[in-house]
Design a protein around this ligand. Structure first.
Ligand code: SF4
Length: 375
């Protein structure tokens, strides 16, 4: 009987009714968030005149038409938005995460799995007002949160959109989904605004970061950024339905032939932050986009590599997180089968999570660049 009531509530919600009573931020939480946005927004808007939003610190006057490494100007170019079910379970929940993908990136990964938006700058121009409407629309659709994917270079405009959206009734927690190439000084300004940090820790060595992502100083910037995120939000906390309300989830995409870096990253987290952060080990690497330039990146992960990383995770004592199963059979090819991991005894909070189809649909050239346009 209880299950039926729950199902009916969900149907009503999708029809555009209000958020379920216990979901979403309280009025007090929204008030605090809005005060915080109001206070820091001018500092972010100044960045558009001499941009130092990310560790590259280009100094581009984006307001007058200059662009920096990320290619972003004064307007947001949005690649797409949707209810997304492929994130970690506390982010996707049962109804999906309200995800927004932005064009451009402060990194330049040769194996980027989102290259149409990051490298090819696909998308359409949106105003902050339109962005706010999109966030409210995602809420109406049932999203558990607003999930900003690689929004570092658009923070001034996104914060303005959030100011509008929270003022007009947005009640969802904010997920900051990032490559982890961030400036600590900028992150400090986001304290009290971001609820859940979802950073990558991609590399443990700067030569890898430069070689594969054209990214100088990644390791130091990334480590300082993750420490700051941890200071702000601490361990992952979920509501009674298992939906993330606050906290840090660290993602690591295991690269083929790079297990030592994976182990160094896990050891670093263990030594610096302890076993408190939730860890999401990802196995979805595919040799796409420009990965063909690097012989060592021209294959998928092997089951042995994944198993070694998982064993290290357990040996180091992490108890919260997810291990991504191998991608679907369609894209894994003949040489790799779906590999289900069984967490060893005593680590019951680390769960396998299936890679979703959405991670498998990108193929080189599948989405040609389109001209930015006003919406
Ligand atoms: S966000 Fe873009 S323009 Fe700003 S410093 Fe970084 S790369 Fe340069």
């Amino acid at each position: 009987m209880r299950g039926i009531r729950s199902s009916q509530k969900r149907t009503n919600f999708f029809a555009g009714a209000e958020l379920p009573r216990r979901e979403g931020l309280s009025k007090q939480e929204i008030r605090v968030k809005l005060e915080r946005i109001n206070r820091v927004l001018p500092a972010f808007q100044e960045q558009l005149f001499s941009c130092r939003l990310c560790p590259r610190e280009c100094g581009a006057n984006r307001f007058s038409g200059e662009t920096g490494f990320c290619r972003a100007g004064k307007d947001v170019i949005l690649y797409k938005y949707k209810l997304h079910h492929g994130e970690e379970p506390p982010i996707s929940g049962s109804r999906g995460s309200g995800i927004l993908f932005f064009a451009g990136c402060t990194m330049s990964c040769h194996f980027c799995q989102n290259f149409p938006m990051s490298h090819q700058f696909c998308g359409y121009r949106v105003s902050s007002l339109r962005l706010a409407d999109i966030m409210l629309h995602l809420q109406e659709q049932g999203a558990h949160n607003i999930n900003l994917v690689t929004a570092t270079h658009y923070l001034p405009q996104v914060l303005q959109a959030l100011q509008i959206a929270y003022g007009k009734g947005l009640r969802l927690p904010l997920v900051y989904n990032t490559s982890g190439y961030e400036r600590t000084e900028i992150l400090r300004l986001l304290e009290g605004i971001v609820d859940v940090y979802l950073p990558d820790m991609k590399y443990a060595r700067d030569d890898s970061a430069r070689r594969y992502s054209k990214c100088p100083g990644y390791v130091k910037a990334n480590r300082e950024a993750v420490k700051e995120m941890w200071r702000q939000v601490g361990p992952l906390r979920t509501d009674e339905n298992g939906i993330a309300r606050q906290g840090l989830i660290i993602r690591h995409l295991i690269l083929p032939n790079h297990l030592p870096e994976t182990l160094e990253i896990l050891q670093y987290i263990r030594q610096t932050l302890g076993v408190g952060p939730a860890i999401s080990l990802m196995s979805q690497y595919l040799p796409i986009w420009e990965a063909h330039r690097f012989p060592e990146l021209q294959r998928r992960l092997t089951p042995e590599e994944l198993q070694t990383a998982v064993t290290a995770l357990h040996i180091l004592g992490f108890s919260e997180g997810w291990i991504q199963e191998f991608c679907c059979e369609d894209c894994a090819g003949a040489s790799a089968s779906v590999h289900h991991l069984k967490p060893p005894p005593g680590s019951s909070n680390i769960k396998s999570r299936a890679a979703t189809k959405s991670t498998c649909t990108v193929t080189p050239g599948s989405s040609p660049p389109i001209q930015a346009q006003n919406v």
